[in-house]
Design a protein around this ligand. Structure first.
Ligand code: DGL
Length: 203
């Protein structure tokens, strides 16, 4: 049985969740964390629900059985959108915290113009995300932007090459003339290329 001093488990398909772990450690310096990067099976965002459900169940069982975690942070928008409901049903006694694209603060904080939500193709296909986006469409023009292959590039450390710049130029080109007020980084890998995104779209 976990106790108050047991660690909190945090996982992602790879390095993306480290951006979440950093924030967790700053917020909860007294806690211990165990981080699992499932990079042998990344990227999740190009797969289907059955695959992501199987991975999240296997990881949760491992973190509970081997590390005795007292709570779990799903530091992955894709795994949250696709599998958190089932995960909570399977582990009702374990607190499970997920993450979803920050559509709400972007829509509420703006003046009604466009909010561009970058996320993996699987996140955007999920009902959970579609409902989230629809629930704020009165406040902003929420545009969903699937980014195939982007998390994988980041996972492989391809941050600086010109192919990333070309990818981002192509991705944002159709929205050049739109009044975009916010870009939501709806995948935990994307904060690692925040500067490269800003180089393409401006501040
Ligand atoms: N970092 C994950 C997310 O927040 C997904 C990356 C992947 O496609 O594996 O969605």
């Amino acid at each position: 049985m976990p106790s108050a001093s047991s660690p909190i488990g945090v996982f992602d398909s790879g390095v993306g969740g480290l951006s979440v772990l950093q924030a967790l450690r700053a917020e909860l310096p007294q806690e211990r964390f165990v981080y699992l990067a499932d990079n042998g099976y990344a990227p999740y965002g190009e797969r289907g629900d059955a695959f992501v459900a199987a991975r999240t169940q296997a990881i949760t069982a491992y973190l509970r059985n081997v590390h005795g975690i007292k709570a779990l942070v799903v530091a992955c928008n894709t795994a949250t959108s696709s599998a958190i409901v089932l995960l909570r049903q399977t582990h009702p006694e374990l607190p499970i915290i997920g993450i979803e694209p920050a559509v709400k603060p972007a829509a509420q904080g703006g003046s009604g113009s466009a909010v561009l939500v970058m996320a993996t193709p699987l996140t955007i296909r999920e009902d959970k995300y579609q409902k989230l986006a629809a629930s704020f469409c009165d406040l902003a023009d929420v545009i969903s932007l699937p980014c195939p292959g982007l998390a994988e590039r980041i996972e492989q450390g391809h941050f600086e090459d010109e192919t990333l710049d070309a990818y981002l130029q192509d991705l944002f080109r159709p929205y050049r003339d739109r009044d975009v007020e916010y870009i939501v980084l709806g995948c935990t890998h994307y904060p690692f290329i925040r500067r490269q995104i800003a180089d393409v779209v401006g501040d």
